[in-house]
Ligand binder design. Structure first.
Ligand SMILES: Nc1ncnc2c1ncn2[C@@H]1O[C@H](COP(=O)(O)OP(=O)(O)OP(=O)(O)O)[C@@H](O)[C@H]1O
Ligand SMILES: [Mg+2]
Length: 396
């Protein structure tokens, strides 16, 4: 597959103008190393995974850094605890030189927080997610967004199996809370079977013979490593009793399909999880568009105890709200907008000055199905998930 331009490149470039260092984190295999090497082909490159590099650094950290040509990419720096302190000392010697250090690390909880802490104020910390459909139309519900899966879709199943293995053995084991990897693997499958549901920790704990605090720690590991999306409920006093627990999705729809045993498009079409999977994909696209534009991640769902439900509530740049209802079908009926319109009325009553929420029914139309956004009810547009992501989520 040819190099796919990453939306985050713009953020990396502008961060390099204003900070001495840039720290790029994100899930394994998302494309961190590739992005930095493409963007800064002239920078020197050291991989802190190569035993020779690690050995040279450990035996003489100052000498190692003296020998580097700047700007320098230090890849997987979390493998050598304490190394970022030496980089910090360098930065402090020549504080005005911007864009000299580019550090990456897969976001292993403890190790990367060590790096971020020691670089506080000196580095911009950016997150690289797997590919979005805005970046390449190869992204799909079945395959998700990891570049290697999209390059060789037929090997997806094998790729995900080995991805999980590496993830478990390296990222998860690096976190002390997880001793039993086999149970953690089962936990992932149980979690996938709750994809898109309101999080109920005791319901997750029971089949695994785990405690609720234990499950909470595992969920934290998955969230920090960006393997799951935890979507909080939209919380605004509308005089309704709201659900307080968040919803949870496996972050990459391809990995979700893999964990659910879905391997082909035909299996996906028949799957009872199709609706939840599409919802998760739309959530991931919304978050990617926000993070890649350097914005705060902001996404909610709405559900009250009387049964009024809207899949997503997204604050827009203009300070308005966007309501999104996801439907895994290519036929859309005006009735599908009813919950959104009810919520919109309540929101307008509560805060008239915020203006009318934008309303979208996001559905699943096959590629090549044309792009006819259309008003299906007053103030409501029906669009396919790809159109929504590429057009309505807007340029940065
Ligand atoms: N923008 C891109 N376009 C096309 N292929 C890409 C892109 N980014 C990454 N890839 C491919 O995906 C794979 C993983 O990329 P890369 O090694 O950069 O990821 P990483 O986040 O650094 O992974 P790790 O956590 O293992 O270090 C590589 O095979 C690379 O060629
Ligand atoms: Mg890398």
């Amino acid at each position: 597959m040819r190099y796919v331009h990453r939306e985050l490149e713009q953020q990396v470039i502008s961060a390099a103008r204003s900070f001495p260092a840039v720290v790029l984190t994100g899930p394994r295999r998302a494309g961190k190393t590739t992005l930095l090497r493409r963007l800064f082909p002239k920078a020197s490159y050291s991989l802190f995974e190569d035993p020779d590099v690690i050995g040279r650094f450990r035996s003489d950290p100052q000498g190692f850094l003296d020998g580097l040509r700047l700007p320098a990419v230090l890849d997987e720096i979390q493998n050598v605890p304490g190394s970022s302190d030496f980089v910090r000392a360098r930065i402090d010697r020549s504080k005005r030189r911007m864009g000299q250090w580019f550090l990456t690390g897969s976001q292993e909880a403890a190790l990367m927080s060590d790096v971020s802490e020691s670089m506080a104020g000196r580095a911009a910390v950016l997150q690289l997610w797997p590919l979005s459909t805005r970046e390449t139309s190869r992204v799909s519900l079945l395959r998700g967004g990891y570049p290697e899966v999209l390059a060789r879709p037929r090997a997806a199943s094998l790729w995900f199996a080995s991805y999980l293995q590496t993830y478990l053995e390296r990222d998860v084991r690096a976190v002390s809370a997880v001793h039993d990897l086999a149970t953690f693997r089962r936990f992932l499958s149980v979690l996938a079977s709750r994809h898109g549901q309101v999080l109920n920790k005791s319901d997750l704990a029971a089949p695994l013979g785990m405690s609720v605090p234990g499950i909470s720690r595992w969920l934290d590991v998955l969230e920090i490593t960006l393997q799951i999306l935890i979507i909080p409920p939209f919380f605004e006093n509308l005089g309704r009793r709201l659900i307080k627990s968040p919803k949870v999705y496996i972050a990459d729809s391809g990995l979700a399909c893999h964990l659910l045993g879905i391997e082909t498009a035909a299996e996906l079409r028949r799957s009872p999880f199709r609706g939840a999977l599409l919802e998760g994909l739309v959530a991931a696209e919304i978050i990617k568009s926000q993070v890649n534009a350097g914005r705060r991640r902001e996404l909610y769902f709405f559900r009250d105890q009387q049964g009024l439900e809207v899949d997503f509530v997204v604050p827009t740049r203009g300070g308005r709200l966007r309501l999104v209802e996801v439907k895994a079908s290519s036929t859309v009926f005006p009735d599908m907008a009813r919950p959104m319109r009810r919520l919109a009325e309540a929101l307008i009553e509560r805060a008239p000055r915020r203006g009318r929420p934008e309303m979208y029914i996001v559905h699943e139309r096959a590629v090549g199905g044309g792009t006819t956004s259309r008003a299906i009810a007053p103030g409501v547009s029906a669009v396919s998930w790809r159109e929504f992501a590429t057009e309505d989520l807007g340029p940065a």
